[in-house]
Ligand binder design. Structure first.
Ligand code: ARG
Length: 598
């Protein structure tokens, strides 16, 4: 991030929601379009009862752009059943010959055991990009089988500071929500806040002790909740009398006693305001349905499971045994109280039956994998979820690894405390601000906005570009580097393209004559299927990789094909523009705010 000659300016340009009116304009992803074409061919090639789905994959660029891989598996199905075909090769040939005429396809060839290779027509690629520029990138959006999903993410715990683990959950969950929404799925974003449990007895008792006139105490007096939590924990651990009162307070709270409910609500509200500030800075939309929300559903849900014979008695607790696991899933504790698992079962029941979700996605650290595996299995045993793999409704645990510090150990500050999220964001912003030179044309507000866009974008991208399951090292110098695979580099690349196309009048025709133009064009067209892949595998890094490759394809094109002042200027400016549009959509899906001017 070298500041002297580079200045970014945030314009007020907003990404508008799709204005796509007529459905005819919706074309779907490139892969889906190819699949449609091959489906037509398969229907004439093989008997209807086989009901085969086209298998389309990218292919070795030496042979083409894509290939259809159905011949081999079809052969194994029809072999020896009196078919006219004598092997996979002839099937492949038939698939190729039966392909309806389409301007998509330039030429086809057969390779190996009946693969049908396709070279796409570059005129068609050019036309598709041009249409996208006119009708909007939403016309490319993939359509998933699922229509309604719940994403359970962020989910911090009341009275405890949101830490870097919750940061991961927040940004991974948010980007998954954005990608699914782009893929025409209705997404219910749910904050499963830890707002219930025995720790509230301790907190409430401490509140009463500190403020005997609790009815009139205001939030300022309570102050920093984290400190409040620590102090109350200390009382709890060191004073048996206090401990007993705290346990009694839990009973009163659960019994619904007014004074206790009120104190609980007040503590939650202070916490909530803290989270909201973080969400606002990161542009996160999420609806809170905390653990307490599901309390009323727990008894009947457990009763249902009991009736189905799932619940057993074990060492005074009520549990569900899970095949292959040494310890059972406890759903009612020895003292009769409910726990994390009982709440999650009730929440799942609610999401399936009340919210009608077909796909429920939980974003937490990998440490909770066991918990999710166990209660998903319980739900299958109860018949809430189908036993098969790719059937709906389904649940997924989206686990992620640790954030490490420079020393390779769990990321902590010097005082060995967990890192506070707000401090991280403050530092990202101030580091960016320090290097963005304050020139005359910058207002303080613009400077702030740009520093936030770049700083928060860098933090998000550094997280999302890794496969979520791996641990990653948090390093400001690395993530704020303006070279390499960082948000800063990509944001600059985008801003630079914007400065090129400012000269464009946005008319004319795209022609992909040079190989680097075609390569860029094809990569642009692959955007939607990448989003689809990232959605189905729940892997945001797939989109990051695509974005980084896009900027590489663009660089190659830009250094080998003169844009401004060339005979092909109009076409090439349009290609620049399409690149900027796709980059911006990637940024949007990754929750990164683009900047426009260098
Ligand atoms: N509050 C939990 C934690 O901080 C995460 C909750 C995840 N969601 C769920 N439905 N269990 O670890």
């Amino acid at each position: 991030l070298r500041a002297t000659s580079r200045r970014l300016l945030l314009t007020t340009k907003v990404q508008t929601v799709s204005t796509m009116a007529a459905n005819e304009e919706h074309v779907g992803s490139l892969k889906q379009q190819l699949a449609k074409l091959f489906e037509a061919s398969l229907r004439t090639t093989v008997p209807d009862e086989l009901d085969v789905e086209p298998l389309i994959a990218a292919c070795n660029p030496r042979f083409g752009d894509y290939q259809c891989n159905n011949a081999m598996s079809l052969w194994t199905k029809i072999k020896g059943k009196g078919s006219e075909f004598t092997g996979p090769q002839p099937i492949g040939k038939a698939i190729m010959n039966n392909l309806p005429h389409s301007e998509m396809v330039d030429k086809c060839s057969i390779a190996g055991p009946g693969f049908v290779n396709v070279v796409l027509s570059k005129d068609w690629i050019a036309k598709s990009i041009q249409k996208m520029l006119i009708n909007g990138i939403e016309t490319w959006s993939p359509k998933l089988t699922v229509k309604r999903a719940v994403i359970d993410f962020s989910s911090p715990n009341i009275a405890k500071e949101m830490h870097v683990g919750h940061l991961r959950s927040t940004i991974i969950g948010d980007t998954l929500a954005r990608m699914l929404e782009f893929s025409n799925v209705k997404v219910l974003r749910r904050n499963h806040v830890g707002d219930w449990g025995t720790q509230f007895g301790m907190l409430i008792e401490f509140l009463f002790e500190k403020f005997p006139n609790v009815e009139v105490v205001n939030d300022q007096a309570i102050g920093d909740l984290e400190a409040f939590y620590k102090a109350s924990k200390q009382r709890f651990d060191n004073d048996p009398g206090f401990k007993e009162r705290a346990q009694q307070a839990v009973v009163s709270l659960q019994g619904g006693e007014e004074k206790y409910r009120k104190a609980w609500a007040q503590i939650c509200e202070i916490s909530r305001r803290g989270y909201q500030r973080v969400y606002q800075r990161l542009g996160i939309k999420i609806e809170e349905k905390g653990e307490s929300f599901y309390n009323p559903y727990i008894p009947r849900v457990l009763e249902e499971l009991d009736k189905k014979g799932l619940i057993e008695e074990s060492e005074g607790a009520r549990v569900i045994f899970i095949e292959g696991k040494n310890i059972p899933l406890i759903v009612v504790k020895k003292d009769g109280g409910f726990n994390y698992a009982s709440t999650d079962l009730a929440a799942l029941w609610y999401r399936l039956n009340e919210e009608k979700a077909e796909w429920i996605i939980y974003v937490t650290d990998v440490g909770q994998r066991e918990h999710f595996e166990m209660f998903f299995t319980a739900a299958k045993r109860a018949g809430w979820l189908p036993a098969g793999e790719n059937m709906y409704p389904k649940t997924n645990h989206v686990g992620f690894g640790l954030v490490l510090g420079e020393d390779g150990k769990r990321f902590r500050t010097r005082s060995t405390e967990v890192v506070r999220l707000v401090d991280l964001l403050d530092e990202a912003k101030s580091r960016c601000k320090a290097v963005l030179v304050k020139a005359d044309e910058w207002t303080e507000e613009e400077l702030d906005q740009t520093a936030e866009a770049v700083g928060y974008g860098a933090v998000k991208y550094a997280d999302l570009k890794n496969n979520r399951l791996t641990n990653y090292t948090f390093n400001f110098d690395q993530m704020l580097n303006d070279k390499g695979n960082t948000a800063v580099y990509l944001l600059y690349a985008h801003a630079r393209i914007c400065s090129i196309i400012r000269k464009s009048r946005q008319t004319g025709t795209i022609v992909l004559a040079h190989p680097d133009e075609r390569a860029l064009g094809l990569h642009l067209l692959q955007f939607a299927e990448i989003v689809e892949e990232a959605c189905t595998n729940l892997l945001p890094n797939v989109l990051c990789e695509y974005l980084y490759n896009l900027s590489e394809f663009f660089t190659r094109f830009y250094s080998n094909c003169q844009v401004v002042g060339s005979a092909e200027e109009t076409s090439r400016l349009l290609l620049c523009e399409a690149t900027a549009v796709v980059m911006r959509k990637c940024f949007y899906l990754l929750g990164i705010v683009p900047v426009y001017k260098i």
